[in-house]
Design a protein around this ligand. Structure first.
Ligand code: SF4
Length: 255
């Protein structure tokens, strides 16, 4: 089988969007395997290492599985592509967009790092929104980089999004220790003072195995709300964390 006609998929399920400006909308969720980063606080580490020669699907099989969900839930009008990092498999991403953009609103969840190298004509003039969650911690990057390089990459992305007129939001995970970096990022990117409405803050999820998870998560939510009140950012809930924690199969209510 030709490499470009296979994809590494972790999940295809139906659920609701848990974050951002489309929170609560029912979606067909397509989770890609593989990511260009390895963040310590990643809540989908199970997508990192599962690309191997035995777990791929052909594009045709992926399409069939998506279509099965469409048949079962014909009233769902949104597709959410997540990961891992969807732009890590550009051919598969391009294939799914081409197949479904005329019938669905498509949201692509991405860490946004260096995705400006993707052919943005694929995204242009389609019913697509990018949900960008930048990682500002240097230890998320397993290769040599620095904050200037990361900020420059996001600035190039911002310019490209504007040039191609592609809708987007930034969904930023908040915790107190990152506050300075978040504000630096916001001020750097928001150079034209035109991005305020695109920024959403989300609470950091504690380690799921932590016995005090509930207490720590509640505190994290309160801290994020305090930050939002101070700077006027919008707060985004994380429905999947509230309801399902890390049970990715419960996330679809077993159907
Ligand atoms: S970018 Fe997202 S999926 Fe990739 S390692 Fe970081 S948190 Fe996990």
């Amino acid at each position: 089988m030709h490499e470009t006609n296979i994809g590494y998929i972790n999940q295809i399920i139906t659920t609701v969007q848990g974050e951002g400006n489309y929170v609560g909308y029912p979606v067909i969720l397509i989770r890609f395997n593989g990511c260009n980063l390895h963040c310590s606080m990643c809540d989908s580490k199970y997508t990192w290492t599962s690309n191997n020669k035995t777990n791929y699907l052909s594009f045709d099989e992926i399409e069939t599985r998506i279509n099965n969900h469409i048949t079962q839930y014909p009233n769902i009008k949104h597709i959410m592509i997540t990961g891992g990092e969807p732009f890590y498999q550009p051919e598969l991403l391009t294939f799914i967009i081409a197949r479904y953009y005329k019938l669905f609103h498509i949201q692509i969840e991405t860490n946004g790092y260096k995705i400006h190298k993707f052919n943005f004509e694929v995204l242009q003039n389609k019913n697509i929104q990018l949900n960008i969650s930048p990682k500002l911690e240097l230890n998320s990057y397993s290769f040599n980089t620095n904050i200037d390089s990361i900020l420059t990459s996001f600035y190039k992305l911002y310019i490209k999004l504007k040039d191609y007129n592609i809708p987007y939001i930034f969904k930023i995970v908040y915790c107190k220790e990152w506050e300075k970096d978040i504000l630096s990022f916001y001020r750097f990117i928001n150079i034209n003072n035109d991005m305020f409405s695109n920024f959403w803050m989300m609470p950091l999820t504690p380690d799921y195995s932590d016995e005090e998870f509930n207490v720590k998560y509640k505190q994290s939510c309160f801290n994020t709300i305090t930050f939002c009140k101070q700077y006027g950012f919008k707060y985004s809930p994380r429905i999947h964390v509230d309801l399902f924690k890390n049970d990715k199969w419960e996330n679809c209510l077993r159907k």
